[in-house]
Design a protein around this ligand. Structure first.
Ligand code: NI
Length: 178
């Protein structure tokens, strides 16, 4: 497995819809997910979508371990999702700060559904079907947006709340990119 380079905003691949995975048991899917895990770990990300490493397939990974340095960032289960579907539960939204490995150094205040249901397949083809809220729901929505060619800056309602992390959060409490 390997740490891969991250595509950054401006790359047309990040604005394209990714394709469904047709064979979950394909050996190269395991290689892809291994590379995604290595890349996310090396960059201390909260999540990563396959298009971010240049692979236009509907695969995302995410997960945040409890980190004593960032006690305000809640834990998110380590998850691999192939062909995910996300649907809102209710219409309640909340705004929260996001960063993205494909938009390095920046943060924006992004509205997301507060509660969602998400489904997808794990690497063995098993169904994952969960409800999530808050930060967990936010990470899932951010990652799945990547599969539809959506980067978080396009969702920011007020661009005054979009800027350089080091300026917005001089004390470095902004959390992780995804
Ligand atoms: Ni991202």
């Amino acid at each position: 497995m390997a740490v891969r380079s991250i595509r950054r905003m401006g790359d047309p691949l990040l604005w394209a819809r990714a394709q469904e995975v047709t064979d979950v048991s394909a050996a190269n899917l395991g290689d892809l997910i291994g590379d995604m895990k290595d890349t996310m770990a090396a960059l201390h990300g909260a999540g990563l979508a396959a298009p971010q490493i240049g692979v236009p397939l509907r695969v995302v990974i995410f997960g945040v371990r409890a980190n004593p340095r960032y006690p305000h960032v809640p834990k998110v289960p380590e998850t691999i999702l192939v062909n995910p579907i996300v649907e809102p539960l209710g219409d309640e939204e909340e705004e929260g700060w996001e960063g993205c490995l494909s938009v390095p150094g920046l943060r924006g205040l992004v509205p997301r559904y507060r509660r969602v249901r998400y489904r997808g397949y794990d690497m063995e083809g098993g169904l994952i079907d969960r409800e999530a809220e808050g930060f967990h729901a936010r990470v899932v929505q951010h990652e799945c947006d990547h599969l539809d060619g959506i980067l978080y800056p396009t969702r920011i309602r007020d661009l005054r709340f979009f800027g350089y992390e080091a300026v917005l959060f001089p004390e470095g409490l902004a959390g992780e990119d995804a």
